[in-house]
Design a protein around this ligand. Structure first.
Ligand code: NI
Length: 256
């Protein structure tokens, strides 16, 4: 039986579409999902969903593009939220130099603070890195940010960079872009990454895979990422599904 785990999605904004989305996910073999916070509201909602549904787990944190929403008071509240038992990781945190909606020094400050928060709680981190590889890896290295585990969400770097992330105790997570026809470095990374360090995700509602590119995404579509990975690795999709489900359960502390 095919089992899949969507290691990174945003279910907080789905409203009354949520029941249908969960039904289609179950029908597609998705046995678990991690909903990830980006700001205060989505983080609170993520923890509510994780507390309410057995097959949903969560991370809370401020996305770099939303990190201007953090101040000392909110950071203390985030720490209280992150310490709840249903919250399994701090994220998504990192650097985003593509949108540049928040000054880089502010992004870096709150990235480091949230790494420290995760370390204090002995929880792993979920990293967002967009066009910021150099500065991001400098911080991750300096802070030993993978100490309690980490995910490079929607990985977009080279195999060289992936190897460094693997050395620093990170999982590499592949999203819809792995299925895009113009993907160049990604299939190479997906071919070489050890199977026990790979995760797959949808980043719902963003990044819909081929053949649904441009449409709103949902966790059921993680099967397209799994199918592409199976093709690249020359494995059955069931074997890929078993591996990524096991990896995600280990990462989020859900394995028996
Ligand atoms: Ni995301």
């Amino acid at each position: 039986m095919l089992q899949l785990f969507d290691s990174h999605c945003h279910l907080d904004g789905l409203g009354d579409k949520l029941p249908g989305v969960l039904e289609r996910a179950a029908a597609a073999g998705v046995v678990g999902m991690a909903t990830i916070g980006c700001d205060w509201e989505s983080s609170q909602r993520a923890s509510e969903l994780a507390a309410a549904y057995d097959n949903i787990t969560c991370a809370v944190g401020f996305h770099p593009s939303d990190s201007h929403g953090l101040d000392d008071k909110r950071f203390i509240e985030l720490g209280e939220l992150a310490s709840r038992p249903e919250v399994r990781a701090v994220g998504e945190i990192g650097l985003d130099y593509y949108w540049d909606s928040t000054p880089r020094d502010i992004q870096q400050k709150w990235f480091v603070e949230q790494i420290h928060l995760a370390r204090d709680l002995h929880k792993p981190i979920v990293i967002h890195d967009r066009e910021a590889h150099g500065d991001l890896f400098d911080i991750v290295r300096r802070e030993n940010a993978g100490e309690f585990g980490g995910i490079m969400h929607c990985f977009s770097g080279s195999w060289e960079l992936a190897k460094e992330a693997l050395r620093m105790n990170f999982y590499i997570s592949f999203a819809g872009p792995l299925t895009y026809k113009n993907a160049r470095a990604l299939p190479e990374v997906a071919a070489q990454c050890p199977l026990d360090r790979i995760l797959i995700e949808t980043d719902t509602p963003y990044l819909a895979p081929e053949p649904l590119r441009g449409k709103p995404n949902e966790p059921a579509n993680v099967r397209y990422v799994a199918a592409r990975l199976a093709e690249i690795r020359r494995l059955d999709i069931e074997e890929i599904g078993a591996a990524v489900t096991r990896n995600a359960r280990l990462f989020y502390g859900l394995a028996e």
